[in-house]
Write a protein that binds this ligand. Structure first.
Ligand SMILES: [Fe+2]
Ligand SMILES: [Fe+2]
Length: 203
């Protein structure tokens, strides 16, 4: 009987993590790194595609908003890492509608600077200046963050790129345009250090 491909894939043998061995973890870490290098960029694209057609009441759908945000950042001369952050900043909208910045910030954390991570993590509160008062909330809620080193970095992102990116008349590149940037960030060489690989597999 021919073995299936699945059965030939090395597997750890433990049934309880407290009985795991270094050999088990060599197998697992190898699989995690291979997955990270070959699959994550595609998973990010697939998740962004789920935003297409989902307007959530806005004038443009959520993918268009992300594309416009990234395009505005690129037009302003921001680097590739920043553009990817702009593209992904609302990737969590359909998964975590009540805390969507946490999703993008979690995905990006091992790959981006502390400043860009903080920007993505906190953009929801900082962006609130433009609409919280319409919801009976305090539009100045972001003032609690004002003393942080990266506040101005985040405020610029919201003011210049996130806030104005709801224009049905605007044109921006399609999602495929950004695939090389996503491959570069999430593929081999994208992680900042081995420490980040370890961080990435912590349960
Ligand atoms: Fe957002
Ligand atoms: Fe946004």
């Amino acid at each position: 009987m021919t073995k299936s491909r699945l059965s030939e894939t090395p597997r750890a043998t433990f049934t309880r993590m407290d009985q795991s061995t270094k050999d088990d973890w060599d197998i697992i870490i190898g699989a995690v790194i291979e997955h990270a290098h070959t699959k994550v960029a595609g998973q990010v694209v697939a998740q962004l595609e789920t935003l297409q057609g989902d307007h959530g009441g806005f004038a443009v759908d959520r993918l268009t908003h992300c594309l416009q945000t990234a395009h505005l950042a690129e037009q302003a001369g921001k680097d590739d890492e920043y553009i990817v952050c702009a593209l992904l900043h609302d990737i969590g909208d359909v998964l975590a509608p009540f805390n969507h910045p946490d999703i993008a910030a979690g995905i990006l954390k091992p790959y981006v600077s502390e400043a860009n991570h903080w920007m993505v993590q906190n953009h929801g509160t900082v962006q609130g200046y433009y609409y919280f008062h319409h919801l009976g909330l305090d539009r100045d809620a972001r003032d609690t963050l004002k003393d942080h080193d990266f506040y101005d970095h985040c405020e610029e992102f919201c003011a210049k790129f996130d806030m104005p990116a709801f224009d049905p008349e605007a044109t921006s590149p399609p999602l495929t345009y950004y695939v090389p940037l996503l491959d570069a960030m999430f593929g081999p060489g994208g992680l900042k250090s081995r420490g980040d690989v370890t961080l990435a597999v912590q349960k």
